[in-house]
Design a protein around this ligand. Sequence first.
Ligand code: UTP
Length: 474
Amino acid sequence: MTENNLNYDQWKKVLAEHGQEHVLGHWPKLTAREREGLCQQLNEIDFVELGDLLAGQDETTDFKALAMRAASPPAVLADGSGADWSPAEARERGEEALKQGEFGAVIVAGGQGTRLGFDQPKGMFSIGPVSGRTLFQFFVDRLLAVNEKYGCCIPLYIMTSEATDEQTRDYFRENDNLGLQPDDLHIFKQGVMPAVDSVNGKLLMDSTSSIALSPDGHGGTVSALERGGCLDDAVRRGIRHLAYIQVDNPLAQLCDPELIGHHLMAASDMTTQVVRKREPMERVGNVVLVDGQVQIIEYSDLPESAATATNEDGSLKLWAGNIAVHMFKLDFLRRVAGEAASLPFHRASKKVPYCDESGKLVHVDQPNAVKFEKFIFDLLPIAKNAFVVESLASEAFAPVKNAAGARTDTPETARKAITDLHRGWLEEAGVCVDQGVQVEINPRVALSAGDLHEKIEPNLRISADQYFDSRLES
Ligand code: UTP
C-alpha cells in the first residue's frame, strides 16, 4: 500500500463520517502531486468544528435583543472628556511606553479585496495622492518615523493569507523591506475555512483536486500570530502590547502615543478606536456596552429603533463606529490564543464557483455558498477593562474598500482625505496652500500638525502638488 493510498483510506473514513466523501470523487484520475495537495488541504480543515458549524451549534447570539439593551460604551471622547486623565497625560504615558519598547505592530492584510478589484494584495495598492506610495509604504514609513522619534524599534507583524502571501513576501523582498531591518519584519499566514454549499452543507471544490478554501477572517489573527511564532517573538523582545490596524486605512494612527496612552491608563486588555457615526444607520459596526460588556453590533443586526435612539441633547445614543484600530495587551492575546473557542464564527452568504461531479467548473450568479469567518472585535466582550477612544474621522479613518466611481470608501475619497488632513496641518503652521493643490507629508517629516510647527519655513506658499518627503521648502 503506498503512502497516498494510506492517506486516501484514512481520509475516506474521516470524510465519510462527516458526509463529505464526494471530495475524493475524482481521486483515481488525480496525479500524485494533486493528491498530495488535496491531502494538505484536508489537513487544514477541522472537521469536528465544521460539523458543529453545520449543525448550527454555535449560533447563540440574539443581536436584536442585545441591541435593545445597548448603551454608550466607556470612552474618552475626542474633546478629551470621559476619562480620569487628560489627553496630555495619555500622550506622555504613551511616549514613555514607546521609548521603553513596549509596543509591537500588527497589520492584517489577508483579505481578498474583491470590492476594490485590484489583482494584487491591497497593501501594494498605490494610495499616496502625490507620492503614489503604497498602503504598505504608508505604514512602514509611519513606523520608521515613530522609531526615529522615540528611539525604539517596533517590530511589524503582517498577516497574509493564501491569496496574498507570496506576492506580499516578494514585494517586501524586492523593495528592501521598505527600510525595515529583516529581524523587525514578520510575515505570517492566516488559516483557512472551507466554503460549503448553502443547501446541503457539502464542501465546495474549485477543481477536481482542490477544495474551495478562503481566509478565516481577521479574527484568525490571534491563532495565526501564535502559530507563526509572533507572540513568542514579541515576548522575547520584551513587548507588552500590540497595536493592530487593517491594511486598507491609510490614515490609521498606528502606534500613536496618545492612543497608546489611553489604552495604558485604562489598564485595558483591549482598547478600540472609534469615530462618531455620521448617520444612525451608517454601515459600520456599533461599539456598545451591553450588560457591562463592550461589544460590537454590526449595522445589519441593529434594529432601526436602537440605531436612531437619541439622548436628551439630540445626539445618538449608539454613536461609536468601529474603524478596526485596536490595541491589545500581549498577555491577553496569549491567553485567548490557547482557547480555541474564544472567537465565534460568523456566516456570510457568497457566490462561489464550484466544480461539479463531472469535473466541470460552474459559475454562479446568485449566492450559493456559506463562508465562515471570525472577527477580531469579538474579543472585546472577554477583554478586561475594554475601553474606547473617540477620534475624528478626518484624522484617523479613510478606508479603501470600493473601486473608483463608488459613492464611498474609494481610492479617490481616501486620497482626498489624506490631502485634506495634510493641508490642514500646513495651514495650521502658517503655510498658504492654493486651492485645488494636493499635498502629502511623509510621517518622517511630521506625524502630526504639532511636528510641523518646529520644521516649517515661515511664509511658505504652495501652488503646485507637493510631496514633503524630507525637506520642507517649496
Ligand atoms: P474586509 O472585510 O474589508 O475585506 O477586510 P477585504 O478583503 O479587504 O475586501 P472585500 O470584502 O473582499 O472587498 C478588512 C481588513 O481585514 C483584512 C483585510 O486584509 C483588510 O485589511 N482581512 C480580512 C484579513 O486579513 N483576513 C481576512 O480573512 C479578512
